[in-house]
Design a protein around this ligand. Sequence first.
Ligand SMILES: Cc1cc2nc3c(=O)[nH]c(=O)nc-3n(C[C@H](O)[C@H](O)[C@H](O)COP(=O)(O)OP(=O)(O)OC[C@H]3O[C@@H](n4cnc5c(N)ncnc54)[C@H](O)[C@@H]3O)c2cc1C
Length: 416
Amino acid sequence: MRYSAAKIFWQGLTGNRGWTPAWRDPEPQREYDIVIVGGGGHGLATAYYLAKKYGLRKIAVLEKGWIGGGNVGRNTTIIRSNYLLPGNEPFYELSMKLWEGLEQELNFNTMVSQRGIVNLYHTDSQRDSYARRGNAMRLAGADAVLLGQSEIRQLCPFLDFDNARFPIKGGLLQKRAGTARHDGVAWGYARAADQLGVDIIQNCEVEGFQIENGVCRGVDTARGPIRARKIAVCVAGSSSRVMQLAGLRLPIESHVLQAFVTEGLKPLIPGVITFGAGHFYISQSDKGGLVFGGDLDGYNSYAQRGNLAVVEDVCESGMAVMPMIGRARMLRSWGGVMDMSMDGSPIIDKTPIEGLFFNGGWCYSGFKATPASGLCYAHLIASGESHPTAAAYRLDRYRRGALIDEVGTGAQPNLH
Ligand SMILES: Cc1cc2nc3c(=O)[nH]c(=O)nc-3n(C[C@H](O)[C@H](O)[C@H](O)COP(=O)(O)OP(=O)(O)OC[C@H]3O[C@@H](n4cnc5c(N)ncnc54)[C@H](O)[C@@H]3O)c2cc1C
């Protein structure tokens, strides 16, 4: 079924009885050409591009829970391409371009809203480093504008500009950045992949890999063994646990990250704002809730919930930059398990086991990467070669010392 305004109108007139399920619920077959482990945004996008761009069929996505239950449905929805390093910026800009055409491509309203992102700066040296980042962005074809205090005052008059400790001196603006509806992205890719014949199999946990003479020939699942020529893992926060089933140890730690939403308020925050003197980012959803988050909880965990100390820390940062949010009542908070890599950048690569591929280490940057990650991973799986835009994300960079340390904090996942 193609979605369109005419269809909504017609369904409205006929009691909305003609809508069909967005994707099928097939029984797993015993054999596929390609099995993708993990039905998050990245797994579904990979399946979609494998079918759409590379014309491959007989693909299954195996998801242990339900579609949209992982980090793809838990994040704070920010999409942007404001990176500095050559390994990262072209990749995230490719993703931004794919976001710009995604709704038409998938025929699904993923609510991509390019409302802009402002990174506030509070010191002269921070301004200089933001200017450098803005220049790097523009060299890679992205957009960036450095704003002074008076321009930020016009854009966001509610900020605490003259806070003695964290005075706001200006900000780096990327206008094309913004937000997208997180679980809508998973549903859109799932529906589009399903229409191209991909089997999306929920409640199907992968419990082991069938490795014969160094070649991966299939997986053991909660719903029986499945053979495949290629097996591609992208399980985000479960990366270390799943790859351990294949005997591989990764440079990844799992940490909890929380998100928060307030009651609905009138439109107030024009785009995404990030605090430059602490870890705090905020936007306003279309329903009016303020959506915000901050730092990791700071300890390794596989729990999808966090602790009060971080709630306090995040709210304190929020109050420091925009004291008026102290009046808003917080409605909900939740956590997701982040696959924190040692340099804060992701991995899209083959593994030493033939036929087994790995995609992970997205830290808390993976949502914005979903389209490009799917496209580049599909390229690698289909051709056996890294996509030129993701060539820096090889696993051996840790051995070679060629880290992509965007934040400059070294091999310390809790600080990235
Ligand atoms: C609170 C929070 C805020 C965030 N904010 C942002 C943001 O604003 N911008 C941004 O770019 N990124 C953000 N992120 C990060 C982003 O959400 C993730 O990096 C990204 O979603 C990870 O990729 P995914 O969608 O494929 O993961 P997931 O949706 O987690 O998909 C992985 C899937 O694998 C499945 N799985 C695990 N083990 C198995 C198994 N053995 N067998 C089968 N399936 C399995 C899981 O059930 C899960 O559905 C945030 C994350 C959190 C938690």
